[in-house]
Structure formats: structure tokens, C-alpha cells
Ligand binder design. Structure first.
Ligand code: PAF
Length: 311
């Protein structure tokens, strides 16, 4: 079975390293990491990957390339790029797909869903959301920043062979230490995670603080609460069954990832485009369409965009 991971960011590197380190030496995985930067792919190929987990520091070799042809047809393609790079990532995925491939997408937000509409993408699509924390220390060097369940599920119902392949993906992820479950209602989970990101990501990026600090000040806590409530109202108006109590879950994530720098703060720190359009921006767009007031999310979008412009 050939696996191609697209995107050597924090999550892609964590996945590639975890799968490689835990793969059975007798039947090693045919695993590839696809980067869009040839120089970085060469570097990863030569240096391998470093995974820091607790006190452990583990190294492994990796097949990295910027050329999808070098990989050839892959059975499982895992798209780990952030929202601004999803369109390009999907073009690369199309070069790797064969008729029975599965494309597993792991993004924050919901902006990518538009790009995955039927007719636009050919392999069977599996959406994923993860509560795992990962921080990229430097290219190829990732820190596991907190455990959390990963949920995966088909966007549209799939046949027996594809369901079997999805079960294999699930087993592989569990075997490499990433707790994973298959669910039937993945869109509900994607929205649930969206609402959590709505409360945390933009605010941590604006205040340049770790997730836990949002709970320490009345001002940030009130904004977080209002942003999540707006997100929840929009989700419910769209008929999404948000799973659990979104505000309680958001506060819980802040506590559990207290020292973690959110992915949006990492983007801002590295002067990269953020996922604001795919997170708070989607709440604003849907709120306006549905006639639901979303002033707090509008302000968060405006502030993050101001920071992006100032790079
Ligand atoms: O985007 C992130 O960083 C994560 O989804 C989360 C849950 C906010 C934890 O940092």
C-alpha cells in the first residue's frame, strides 16, 4: 500500500514521522512526503525527520520529493496543507490518484469543502478533523504538542472496497499512536471543530498568546464566548448537528492545550497567510446569508486581515 502525504507542515510531518517510526520493519510502509519546494524536499530526503514527543526525540528516514511522478499512483493520499494551499494541493493529489485511491483531507475550517464538491475531485474523499497538537520546530522537525482524537469519515457514502481501505487507514493511525475513529457524520464534526477554532485561533493570533491565556482575561474570555455563540447560531441555522456544547468544548481545548500556540498564531509569527477566511470568515459569510448577526466574528476577521497586510 502506497501512502502519499502532501504538505510537510506540522501535521504532515507529525503523521509522516509517526507512521514511519511505528511501521513494521518486516513490511515497511511505502510512504512519501510531497513538498512543493524542491530544495526543502531534498533537505528532508537527506536529513530525515525528527519527532519530539515528551522526553523522547526520535529520528527516521523519509522519502520526500517535489515531483508527484517520482511517487507514482498512491492508494492513500493525505492532504495536510492549510486552507490557502488546498487548491494547489488538490492538483498534486490528482496526479497521484488512481481509480481506487482515497483522498483524506485534514484541514481546519470549512473553506476547503467548496473545493471538494462532486465533479471537482475524482478520488473518494474522506474528511478528517483532529484534536492533535503539533508544532513545527524547523523543516522536518516536529513537536507532538498534545494528544487528541482524530475523526475521519466519507464525505459521500462509499462502497465496500473503499470502506475497507478507510478501516486500514484508521488502523494504521491508531497503530502509530494517533487515536482515530471512523464516523458517519463527519460534517457535524468538521463544524464542531470549526466553532472551536472560531473561538481560539483568531484571538490567539491577535493577542499573540498561547491558547490557555485566553481564559485568564475577562476581555478575551468574553470575545471567545461571543464568537463561539455566533458560530453555533450559524451552524444550527444551517441544520448542522454540532456535537456537544461548543463553548464548554472550546474552553476545554484551551485548558488542555494551554501552552500550545494555535496554528493561526504560528502563521502570524511566520508571516504566512492564515486560515481566517476558512474559519471566522465562513461564519461571517454564512451569517450574512442567513441574516444572523455576527459582529464579533466580523471584527476578528478584520483584525487578522490587518495583521496579514502589515507583514
Ligand atoms: O488550529 C489549532 O491550533 C488547533 O486546531 C487548536 C485546537 C486551536 C489547538 O491549538
Amino acid at each position: 500500500m502506497k501512502i502519499a502525504i502532501i504538505g510537510p507542515g506540522a501535521l504532515g510531518t507529525l503523521l509522516a514521522a509517526s507512521l514511519t517510526i511505528k511501521s513494521n520493519p518486516k513490511t515497511p510502509l511505502d510512504l512519501w512526503l510531497l513538498d512543493y519546494k524542491p530544495e526543502r524536499a531534498k533537505f528532508l530526503n537527506e536529513q530525515g525527520l525528527i519527532l519530539e514527543k515528551g522526553d523522547q526525540r526520535l529520528n527516521c528516514k523519509i522519502n520526500a520529493t517535489a515531483d508527484p511522478q517520482e511517487i507514482g499512483p498512491a492508494d492513500i493520499i493525505i492532504l495536510c496543507v492549510k486552507y490557502p494551499d488546498v487548491a494547489d494541493g488538490l492538483q498534486q493529489a490528482a496526479k497521484l490518484a488512481h481509480s481506487d485511491s482515497l483522498l483524506v483531507t485534514l484541514q481546519n475550517g470549512i473553506g476547503h469543502l467548496e473545493l471538494l464538491k462532486p465533479g471537482r475531485v475524482s478520488p473518494a474523499i474522506v474528511l478528517g478533523v483532529t484534536a492533535l497538537g503539533a508544532n513545527l520546530v524547523s523543516p522536518g522537525h516536529v513537536r507532538h504538542a498534545g494528544s487528541g482524537l482524530t475523526r475521519i469519515g466519507f464525505l459521500k457514502t462509499a462502497g465496500f472496497a473503499k470502506s475497507l481501505l478507510l478501516a486500514k487507514v484508521c488502523n494504521l493511525l491508531n497503530d502509530c499512536g494517533m487515536e482515530t475513529a471512523i464516523v458517519d457524520n463527519i460534517l457535524d464534526y468538521v463544524w464542531t471543530k470549526l466553532v472551536i477554532n472560531v473561538g481560539i485561533n483568531a484571538l490567539t493570533a491577535i493577542h499573540r498568546c498561547p491558547n490557555g491565556e485566553l481564559l485568564e482575561y475577562a476581555d478575551t474570555l468574553n470575545t471567545l464566548t461571543a464568537a463561539v455563540k455566533e458560530g453555533e447560531a450559524v451552524a444550527r441555522a444551517k441544520g448542522i448537528q454540532v456535537v456537544g456544547d461548543p463553548l464548554a468544548m472550546t474552553l476545554d481545548v484551551c485548558r488542555k492545550t494551554t501552552r500550545n500556540l494555535s496554528s493561526m498564531l504560528q502563521d502570524i509569527n511566520n508571516k504566512r497567510p492564515t486560515e481566517i477566511d476558512s474559519i471566522n470568515g465562513e461564519i461571517v459569510a454564512a451569517g450574512r446569508k442567513l441574516g444572523i448577526p455576527v459582529p464579533v466574528n466580523e471584527a476578528l476577521v478584520r483584525k487578522v486581515k490587518e495583521i496579514e497586510i502589515s507583514y
